[in-house]
Design a protein. Structure first.
Length: 572
């Protein structure tokens, strides 16, 4: 039986009970906080004659291990702990919890799935289920119906009056034929009569509140089977499968998708050529929920006709009035999770098809799914030996950069290695002052400087006037406007002050005390215009004769010319 007694590591079982039966309770569980599963917990010992060799839950576990079918609940693991037996299966919900929310198409498709599973058990495995009812059917995460309740399953050779008599008290009473003990004694063929009867009862239960159109016809058909007292007049399971109710267009599409590996290339071509138009006539939510997994299966993705006629409408979510099967919301809810699992399949053919349409459905994944699930798979693709795969993967990674960021996609610390040398004129920073020949002072700057010098109203009247002519070296470059406005500049120098004043700008004091080296007027300094200018204010340096007897210890010291007026004891 393999690993049926090995407990799943990292599993967390919820204490909340979803469903309770005579033999077990159903719970939800999570593996490593990521994968959801369903746990059935039952007693390890049952004091009943029918369960001497194994408990009902143990028998359920062994049967789903032995009989595998797409419409039979999927086994994961089982183990014993203390006096309890644990069975882990795929994440499922009891049909009784969801049946009231289903429409006719969903129920019809579900009944078809259960009927296919029963045909498999009877025709291939030669066993009888013996307990078809609402409590033995579950709904998987993808919406498909799954057959469970396999604790009463037995082979044809073990199907006897004794077995039916011992199990009668635990089976669904409404689905038990009153004459089954008599029939089993004389019946040598059509041993599926027990499940046929139970299935017809199930049909009336699921369509309890629906009684119109094709549903009414099929319910009447099943009701006649239940009321037939002669077993030889009852149809077999395969005959029910051929009923017109299961030959509807939607059911035909479902059946063809399931049986696709058995069909010839001509049949596949005819099927996929018209599939888009047929699917467009149904509700997109029903198509996505019931057929989504089959539509993105490998057999569909690798088919040439499907790639040209179906995939452009299947893998491209509809925006505005595009001719696609699914809207972006429907695609995100039903198709995207299935594609997420397919990306882990490392088949070059499949991967190339998915990458081709990846830009169309990338927005249907969350940032977490893109970063944690898809990005690692894509990064493997750029290291492949297939050049086409590498090239296509790189294009897809480029589409992820605006969403995840370059640092996440590249996987390394990024840096600004390539700068933009050519900037637009509006982005260029304003220089504090031009250099070289561009350094001509404007008229506005000179006028502002004169106004600042004339605003020294609080200085004493003892002033000495110094006439300074404009600098001759730059006369050739100065504008005529400057010469006309300022033929000469009169700067007053006050050796003593009446009282201290707050100096607004330290550079003003610096200019008035700066010593200028006296140079020969004929000595031309060719590098004058190349000297960097650090000052912020646009002022001029003037040639002021330096008195040799004065000594300036600091730029911030006042000029000591021997005059005692102005700077007296009041400063102290």
């Amino acid at each position: 039986m393999g690993n049926e007694h090995s407990q799943i590591p990292g599993i967390e079982i919820s204490e909340k009970v979803i469903e309770v039966s005579d033999f077990w309770s159903q719970h939800h569980a999570c593996i490593d906080s990521s994968s959801d599963v369903t746990i059935f917990i039952g007693d390890l010992f049952v004091n009943e004659p029918l369960w001497k060799l194994s408990t009902p839950l143990e028998k359920f576990s062994k049967n789903i291990i032995l009989y595998r079918h797409p419409s039979i609940i999927k086994y994961i693991s089982s183990w014993q702990k203390a006096s309890k037996f644990y069975l882990a299966v795929e994440n499922v919900t009891p049909l009784s919890h969801l049946i009231t929310k289903m429409n006719i198409t969903e129920i019809c498709l579900g009944l078809y799935s259960i009927l296919k599973a029963l045909c498999f058990l009877h025709e291939k495995a030669m066993v009888s289920h013996n307990n078809i009812c609402l409590s033995s059917i579950f709904i998987a995460k993808d919406g498909n119906w799954k057959l469970g309740g396999m604790e009463f399953l037995c082979s044809y050779k073990d199907l006897s009056c004794e077995f039916l008599s011992k199990s009668k008290n635990y089976r669904y009473n409404k689905a038990i034929d009153n004459n089954e003990d008599t029939f089993i004694k004389h019946c040598t063929k059509n041993l599926d009569f027990i499940d046929v009867y139970a299935f017809c009862v199930l049909v009336n239960d699921v369509f309890k509140n629906i009684d119109e159109g094709d549903v009414k016809i099929f319910k009447d058909f099943c009701r006649n089977i239940v009321h037939t007292s002669e077993i030889s007049n009852r149809p077999c399971l395969k005959s029910i499968l051929d009923h017109a109710f299961f030959r509807q267009a939607f059911i035909n599409i479902y059946a063809n998708l399931i049986e696709l590996p058995l069909k010839s290339e001509i049949e596949k071509t005819d099927f996929f050529a018209n599939l888009k138009q047929e699917l467009g006539s149904f509700n997109e939510d029903i198509v996505a929920s019931q057929l989504g997994g089959l539509l993105v299966s490998r057999m569909v993705l690798i088919n040439e006709t499907a790639r040209s006629c179906l995939l452009p409408h299947l893998l491209v979510p509809r925006k505005n009035n595009e001719d696609s099967l699914f809207s972006e919301e429907t695609f995100k809810q039903y198709i995207a999770p299935k594609l997420l699992r397919i990306f882990s399949v490392r088949d070059a053919q499949i991967r190339l098809i998915l990458l081709k349409y990846f830009p169309c459905f990338v927005n249907c994944f969350s940032t977490h799914e893109l970063q944690e699930c898809l990005l690692p798979e894509l990064l493997l693709g750029i290291k492949d030996t297939n050049n086409e795969l590498v090239c296509t993967t790189l294009h897809v990674l480029a589409d992820l950069v605006p969403i995840l960021g370059a640092e996440i996609v590249i996987g390394e610390k990024i840096q600004n290695s390539i700068v933009e040398l050519i900037q637009s004129r509006n982005d260029l920073p304003e220089r504090p002052r031009p250099d070289g020949e561009e350094g001509d002072t404007s008229t506005e700057e000179l006028e502002q400087s004169i106004e600042e010098d004339n605003n020294w109203e609080d200085w004493d009247n003892q002033e000495t006037s110094v006439d300074v002519n404009p600098i001759q070296e730059s006369a050739s470059t100065e504008s005529p406007a400057i010469e006309s406005i300022l033929p000469s500049i009169n700067i007053t120098k006050t050796p003593s002050l009446s009282k201290p004043k707050k100096i607004l700008d330290i550079t003003e004091l610096d200019i008035k005390n700066q010593a200028t080296k006296v140079e020969d007027e004929n000595d031309v300094d060719f590098f004058q215009d190349m000297e960097p200018v650090i000052e912020n204010n646009k002022t001029f340096l003037l040639d002021i004769p330096i008195e040799t007897e004065r000594t300036i210890d600091s730029k911030l010291c006042a000029i000591n010319d021997g005059n005692e007026d102005g700077w007296g004891d009041d400063w102290e």
